[in-house]
Every structure is written in structure tokens, then in C-alpha cells.
Write a protein that binds this ligand. Structure first.
Ligand SMILES: Cc1cc2nc3c(=O)[nH]c(=O)nc-3n(C[C@H](O)[C@H](O)[C@H](O)COP(=O)(O)O)c2cc1C
Ligand code: SF4
Ligand code: SF4
Length: 462
């Protein structure tokens, strides 16, 4: 069985699954129940000068039958006295000495940073996470994402923290910046050994159209909040992979956060460079017990792939990232519809017709009918196959793909409701691999008029 334990910049954790700093880590009792359930670590709800919170403070986005695809909050840092938080942290560390306890911190002045770091370490924190990411409430007071978006300020405060701390320091980054590498590099210059990302994305969840107030509504007003949950995972993966590829940032330990709900999400973050992963929304939605599936799923996956540890998975997918100009233009896929599983709903036909390249056809139509429907090009061959859907919808016609015309965009596969019914098949173009950068290097151009026209235009503009 694969070893799920990790080494996060010198701190061992029984597994990579940590709770993110948020309501699930508000109290010692919650963190202890989470550790009992199997979580390897917890980042305590951000400590600082306790604040007063508003109600309501969460907003949710449902999609179809899926509730809480995205969650938004206007909650601030801890609203409980620091002495109580520290006392409970001590109790947690006493009962779970081998689990990873991270203190998330956010204060203002240098002296406050010195004091809170010392008190967190005295309470047993194995790591410190500097919250430079909160995009609401605290940033107006010059903290949170106000720091995360200002590399110079971030660097200065992170430097203080490194100087004051005896344990490793993590800088938690905000996605609300133009270039994630700027705060990443600032953290490197400050000498921190680790990063975590993402904190929440600035957002407004909707509008109460009866009251004409944005959501979540606090009386007769609202404000921007922070967006998280499954909807933000692609953003988090992109930012993580940017940092993981960077020559200096990529050497730091990274804790990946953002929309992680199951072992597969976690494995993807680890494959793109994370050492540990943190979870908030999925626990707020489903509770601590989701970690059981995460532990089992990741362990089985590593076994199946012949990997003996989480460390072996870390960063495996990073080298496969390329700039667009380096992708192979000769690689070609075409869609293939399996008539045995197709239910004849024709969603693929509509999507390709209006949203792509009009390469899916309905059999049994005359040329005129096809042209009326919007096809400007007609297939040379109509496949010999059943036109009636075998798997349902009596009488429905099973569409077919004009492979010559198919651009391989895979929209039809994305809309098809039957898993595996449309597959994207690799076909040979007979051309050797060639990227856009190769073409440029060889002086080939595909602008109208070709390279000569481009060069003539350039000469004119010199
Ligand atoms: C209600 C709520 C409160 C949060 N409070 C904090 C906080 O105190 N400190 C912090 O660093 N992040 C806080 N976060 C952000 C989470 O730690 C995490 O970065 C974010 O939710 C993305 O992870 P997820 O998609 O798994 O929820 C909070 C998130 C939510 C939803
Ligand atoms: S979307 Fe899928 S099931 Fe529906 S017609 Fe197309 S291939 Fe068949
Ligand atoms: S892959 Fe794109 S172009 Fe090809 S059939 Fe599907 S939707 Fe049409």
C-alpha cells in the first residue's frame, strides 16, 4: 500500500489532506473531530484581532441539480478571543502530536506580527500561514488581499514573519492579481519555504431582484465576497501550475487549495506541484467524513499507478505544460459516435451545427434538406449504419460525423449525455509534428496573402 504521509518543508503529516482556514477549523472541538475522521492537518481559522461578523455572510451558486457548485462568503477572521483559540490549539496538539497544526495569521503592525507568531508557536503550531488573501473586509483595513496584491508589502511582512518564526512560514496567496508570479517571487525573496493558494476569488453571487440588492444580503445592502468551491478549481490549478513551473517558486513546498472535493481533485493538484491540499467548501457541504473516500481513493490510485508514495506523484504533470506556440499542429482528432449507445437525442448535432463547424449530420435527409438545415458542405460518404437509436428514443436518428470536416474541437463529446458514446479518435494527418513556433522559425505564415504580404506590410510600416 502506498505511503500517504508527506514531508511539507520538514514537517511530517500523516497524509496530504488538510482542512483550509475557514469555519470547519473554527474550534478545537471541530479540529479534533476532523483528525479523528482522518484529516492529516488543519489550518486554524485565521487568528488576529477578533472581529464582529455580519449576517447573512454566505451565498451559493447551484447549477442544475448540483447545489453549491460555488460558495461565496463575506466572513472575516476569527470572532473568538485569541486566548480561547490558543488554549484549544494546545489541547489539539496534545491529543494529536503527529498531526499537522497550522496557525493562519493576519495582523497589522510589526509588533503584532511578532507577538502573534510567538503565541501561535507556544500554542503548538507546526507551521504558520500568513493570510495575504482575504478579498473582503480585511483588505479595506490594509490587510489580507491588500497585502497579497502588493509584492513589496508582502515581501516586507513575510520577511518579518521569517525573522520572528522558529517554524516554517507559508505565504497564502490571493488569485485577485494580474500576475501570480509577482507575489510568488516576493515570497521567495522574503525567504519563506512554502506557499499556499488559492484564497477566494472576488465575487458577487447574484442579485435579489425583488429587493434590488446584491447577494449575500446584509439588510438592504451587500458587498463583494470571496468565491470558492468546485467552480474555482480550474483557476486554482492554473495558478498553481504557473508557480510550480517557476524556477524559484517551484522549489518551495506548495499547499494547493480551491475546489478540492474528492481524491481525484487532490491527485490533480499534487500532479501539478502541490505537496499538501487544503479543503474548505466540500467539508462545509458534506462534512468531515469525505476524507475517508479521499484517503482510500488516493491510496488505490497510487497503487494502481505503481507509485509507492505521494512524493512520487508530486509534479508529474508539470513538464507536460507547454505554451500554445509549442503545441503540435499536426496532431488530429475526430469525433466518433457509437450507434450502439447513442440515444438519438441529437444534442451533439445541434451543438456542432450552431456552436462549431456543422460536421454532424442526420442520416435519411435529402441534400436539399441538409442545406436548408444549415450545412454548407455535405459528406462524401454516408456511413452504412442503423439510423434508429438502439438505446432509447424510438425512431430517433443516430447522427454521424463527417470526419473530413470535423475539426476535433470535442464540443459534441462535452454535450453528449451518454458517457463514452462519443469518443475522440486520433487520425493521421501524414504530416510530421510541427508547432506554431516551428512555423515561425521556418518563415511560414498563414495570414491572408502569406508571408510575403506580412513582410511587405512590415516594410511599409518601418
Ligand atoms: C466561509 C469561509 C471563511 C473563510 N475564512 C478564511 C480565513 O479565515 N482565512 C483564510 O486564509 N481563508 C479563509 N477562507 C478561504 C479558504 O481557506 C479557502 O482558501 C477557499 O475557501 C478555497 O478553498 P475551497 O474551494 O475548498 O473552499 C474562507 C472560506 C470560506 C468559504
Ligand atoms: S449527443 Fe450523444 S446520445 Fe445524443 S445523439 Fe449525439 S451521440 Fe447520440
Ligand atoms: S468534434 Fe467539434 S467539429 Fe467535430 S463533430 Fe464534434 S463538435 Fe463537430
Amino acid at each position: 500500500m502506498a505511503d500517504l504521509s508527506i514531508d511539507f518543508c520538514g514537517i511530517r503529516s500523516p497524509n496530504p489532506f488538510w482542512l483550509a482556514s475557514a469555519p470547519p477549523t473554527n474550534t478545537g472541538d471541530q479540529v479534533m473531530r476532523a483528525f479523528d475522521a482522518g484529516w492529516g492537518g488543519a489550518v486554524w481559522k485565521t487568528l488576529g484581532n477578533p472581529i464582529v461578523n455580519v449576517t447573512s455572510r454566505f451565498g451559493g451558486i447551484d447549477y442544475g441539480n448540483t447545489r453549491l457548485m460555488g460558495l461565496n462568503n463575506v466572513e472575516l477572521i476569527t470572532d473568538r478571543p485569541l486566548e480561547v483559540n490558543f488554549r484549544e490549539m494546545r489541547e489539539v496538539k496534545k491529543r494529536f502530536p503527529k498531526h499537522t497544526l497550522v496557525a493562519s495569521l493576519m495582523v497589522e503592525t510589526k509588533e503584532e506580527w511578532r507577538e502573534i507568531i510567538q503565541r501561535s508557536e507556544d500554542a503548538g503550531a507546526d507551521l504558520l500561514e500568513l493570510n495575504f488573501g482575504c478579498p473582503h473586509g480585511m483588505c479595506e483595513r490594509g490587510m489580507g488581499s491588500a497585502v497579497g496584491a502588493e509584492p513589496k508589502v508582502l515581501e516586507e511582512i513575510a520577511r518579518w514573519a521569517v525573522a520572528f518564526a522558529r517554524v516554517p512560514v507559508i505565504v497564502k496567496l490571493t488569485p485577485n492579481v494580474g500576475d501570480i508570479l509577482e507575489p510568488g517571487e516576493a515570497a521567495v525573496r522574503a525567504g519563506v519555504p512554502a506557499l499556499s493558494l488559492i484564497n477566494t476569488v472576488k465575487s458577487i453571487m447574484g442579485v435579489d431582484l425583488d429587493r434590488m440588492v446584491p447577494l449575500p444580503r446584509v439588510g438592504d445592502a451587500s458587498t463583494n465576497g470571496g468565491y470558492c468551491g468546485p467552480a474555482v478549481k480550474p483557476i486554482a490549478l492554473h495558478l498553481l501550475s504557473q508557480l510550480a513551473r517557476h524556477p524559484q517558486c517551484g522549489k518551495l513546498a506548495i499547499s494547493g487549495i480551491g475546489g478540492i472535493s474528492n481524491w481525484r481533485d487532490a491527485a490533480e493538484f499534487i500532479a501539478l506541484g502541490a505537496t499538501s491540499v487544503q479543503v474548505c467548501t466540500a467539508v462545509m457541504h458534506h462534512g468531515f467524513r469525505i476524507v475517508e473516500d479521499m484517503l482510500e481513493g488516493l491510496s488505490d490510485f497510487l497503487d494502481e499507478k505503481g507509485m509507492s508514495s505521494v512524493a512520487e506523484l508530486r509534479g508529474r504533470a508539470v513538464p507536460a505544460y507547454r505554451e500554445w506556440g509549442e503545441l503540435d499542429l499536426s496532431y488530429k482528432l475526430v469525433a466518433d459516435i457509437n450507434p450502439d449507445t447513442c440515444i438519438g437525442c441529437q444534442l451533439c448535432y445541434v451543438a456542432c451545427m450552431d456552436g462549431s463547424h456543422q460536421c454532424i449530420h442526420l442520416p435519411g435527409r435529402t441534400e436539399e434538406q441538409s442545406r436548408q438545415a444549415g450545412h454548407t458542405h455535405l459528406p462524401q460518404h454516408v456511413p452504412e449504419r442503423a439510423v434508429t437509436a438502439a438505446a432509447g428514443t424510438p425512431g430517433a436518428r443516430v447522427p454521424f460525423v463527417d470526419e473530413e470536416e470535423c475539426v476535433g474541437c470535442n464540443l459534441c463529446q462535452l454535450v453528449c449525455p451518454v458517457p463514452g458514446c462519443i469518443t475522440m479518435e486520433e487520425v493521421s494527418t501524414g504530416r510530421p509534428p510541427e508547432s506554431w513556433n516551428d512555423r515561425i522559425a521556418q518563415g511560414k505564415s498563414y495570414v491572408p496573402g502569406g508571408l510575403e504580404a506580412t513582410e511587405a506590410a512590415r516594410r511599409r510600416n518601418r
